[in-house]
Design a binder for this molecule. Structure first.
Ligand code: ADP
Length: 538
């Protein structure tokens, strides 16, 4: 027997309608590429999203057509999220940090018809325009008087176009399983792959994310998403903000410590979200000016592992709680969060830090298990480690255009991560499977060792790779960036590690480097390093 409840489709336009009628006066603050600070309200955003919808209709954009954005976190990007998806078109957010050939690949692969672009990124498109001839129009996100002198053919001014449109529009109703937005993985091995989110998956993900022990968002929350809207929808926060009425403070291009602090001091957010490298910059800046992040209560950190030194710095210097999170593009992205709970708050501080360093527990809607190479389940004892598989309503079920992948196994998605799960369902990421170091048949976690090493006050960033070895197959090598002026030696670093890791984990070499390569999503990019140091120990 079926239930007798309404089957209202879960569409992102319903989030915006709710936000406008319930949280219309909520402020949205943005640092613009033009340099100034812009303010408007959720009601303003809703009106402008309807103007976008009218503009798309004028350009004959149909449901399912892909419309791209190449933009920072700002109010125009926010209204485009709703204006594009609300009509049934597919919002394709492009990561400007991808290499030029990857940009060409994904714009052509997605068959984007329009590209909305921030001033900063116009030169990126100018350089490749000959190779993306399918794009019909480039719409530059600025006022008429800021229009650049561009070689882009068919370039138009966003504000001029919007001003000519009506702010009246009736959002269409359609199947909630329709595509809503898409994001390509950064493709560190092979071409990027398109992940196509649906309206249903997006709304369910947002509903689950806002919970008290998840992101903990409410109408009283003011949050600063440093995690970009051009990669995995800023962890879904543009949608969570509409549900809760939380105030958004968008940093625009100002991702450095000083610019972030300026915005934090002025707008007093209580919640920050971003990857560890961003927080390292902010923490260093705060040390250098000797100030405290007074307004900040929680910092959600994911994308790469948060080291204990960072958990400690936020707590002890800024009285802020670091919520460690794990997810991926293919998971919309939220998988697990390590939020406050009664048990954690009762622990002695050092024990609490150890627990906080785990990636957390799954959000309702995400199921996870670890398996061995024969796909046999492994125990949840916090010790056994294996391939991490996940499933749930906001997890990818296939890549765009059926791009082949061996990641889909009997209804589960193989994350490519190696992990342990403990008896309370806390997840610990041991490594990416391709980054695990196999020494004499045993595994060494490069993530663990990086996080321990970076706890040294004179090291700013550390990277551990497996290097071929004649006797042990592979041995770890630590590449480290020193603080300016530091005279640290290889022996000093080994002495620091000595009582913190088991003996056989000790890196065979510690090399000091000036910089380390990163992927377009800010993670350490180990492939070129493994090639560069391939013969070091042979
Ligand atoms: P890509 O850069 O390929 O687009 P994603 O942004 O989707 O990747 O990142 C997904 C991967 O990032 C995860 O599979 C995991 O390896 C890593 N990751 C994400 N969060 C964490 C975390 N808190 N700790 C360790 N690794 C993490």
């Amino acid at each position: 027997m079926l239930g007798l409840m309404m089957d209202s489709p879960l569409l992102v336009s319903t989030l915006l309608e709710h936000a406008e009628s319930t949280h219309g006066s909520t402020e949205i603050v943005s640092r613009r590429c033009e340099g100034d600070i812009h303010r408007y309200t959720m009601k303003d955003a809703a009106g402008r999203a309807r103007r976008i919808a009218n503009l798309l209709a004028r350009y004959d954009i149909q449901q399912g057509d892909r419309v791209a954005t190449l933009a920072w976190n700002n109010y125009r990007h926010f209204e485009l999220y709703y204006g594009i998806s609300g009509t049934g078109a597919v919002l394709h957010t492009i990561n400007p940090r991808l290499f030029a050939e990857q940009l060409v690949y994904i714009i052509n692969h997605a068959e984007d018809r329009l590209v909305f672009v921030d001033l900063t990124f116009v030169p990126l498109l100018e350089a490749i325009q000959g190779q993306i001839s399918g794009v019909e129009k480039f719409i530059i996100l600025c006022d008429e008087d800021k229009m650049p002198d561009t070689s882009l053919a068919n370039a138009h001014c966003y504000e001029t176009l919007l001003a000519a449109e009506s702010d009246q529009f009736q959002w269409p109703e359609f199947d909630e399983r329709s595509a809503c937005s898409m994001c390509y993985t950064s493709g560190t091995t092979g071409n990027p792959k398109g992940v196509l989110y649906s309206h249903r998956s997006t709304v369910l993900h947002a509903l689950a994310s806002v919970g008290e022990e998840v992101m903990g968002m409410a109408s009283s929350t003011c949050f600063l998403p440093v995690v970009p809207m051009f990669h995995v929808n800023a962890w879904g926060t543009p949608y969570s903000a509409a549900i809760t009425g939380a105030k958004q403070v968008f940093p625009g291009p100002g991702m450095d410590g000083a610019s972030l602090w300026e915005l934090i001091e002025a707008e007093k957010p209580d919640l920050l979200l971003g990857v560890p490298t961003v927080w390292l910059m902010l923490l260093n800046h705060m040390d250098s000016i000797g100030k405290k992040l007074d307004s900040v209560e929680n910092v959600i950190v994911g994308g790469s592992a948060a080291p204990i030194s960072m958990i400690r710095a936020f707590q002890e210097k800024h009285d802020a709680f670091l919520i460690h999170a794990w997810g991926m593009t293919e998971m919309s992205p939220v998988g697990t969060l390590n939020s406050h709970n009664k048990h954690m708050e009762a622990l002695p501080l050092e024990e609490r830090y150890q627990l906080q360093a785990k990636q957390g527990r799954p959000v309702y809607g995400v199921e996870m298990k670890i398996v061995d190479d024969n796909l046999q389940p492994l125990p949840r004892d916090g010790v056994a480690s294996g391939r991490l598989l996940v499933r749930g309503p906001w997890i990818v079920n296939g890549y765009y255009k059926n791009e082949a992948s061996d990641s889909f196994i009997d209804g589960w998605f193989d994350t490519g991560d190696v992990a342990t799960i403990d008896e309370h369902n806390y997840l610990t990421i041991v490594d990416r499977s391709k980054d695990v170091i196999k020494s004499g048949g045993e595994w060494i976690s490069s993530i663990d060792m990086e996080n321990i090493a970076v706890g040294h006050p004179e090291l700013t960033e550390c990277c551990v790779i497996g290097v071929p070895h004649p006797k042990w197959d592979e041995r770890p090598v630590l590449l480290a960036i020193k603080q300016p002026g530091s005279s640290l030696s290889e022996d000093d670093v080994k002495a620091y590690l000595d009582d913190k890791i088991v003996k056989w984990w000790m890196p065979d070499k510690v090399l000091f480097v000036e910089e380390l390569p990163h992927t377009a999503t800010g993670k350490l990019h180990k492939v070129p390093l493994r090639e560069q140091y391939h013969d070091l120990l042979m």
